[in-house]
Design a protein around this ligand. Structure first.
Ligand SMILES: [Zn+2]
Length: 65
């Protein structure tokens, strides 16, 4: 994934694309890092990638039984 990642701060909700105005929500994408996986959001309309500060535990780092 080589797209530019736009880091934004969410105040109330994150539903409307700040770049193109698409207002029906986002696709999810995940990018593995050191010990964590970034949870990214991709606009279905303009395909901009956003990082709103979410991350999830790296797959395999915790038992999920
Ligand atoms: Zn957009």
């Amino acid at each position: 994934m080589n797209e530019e990642i736009h880091e934004i701060t969410v105040t109330d909700e994150f539903k409307i694309c700040p770049l193109c105005g698409y207002k029906d929500g986002f696709h999810s994408a995940f990018k593995k890092g050191l010990g964590t996986t970034k949870w990214l959001f991709v606009c279905p309309s303009c395909h901009a990638v956003f990082d709103i500060g979410y991350s999830v535990a790296a797959v395999g780092a915790d038992s999920n039984s």
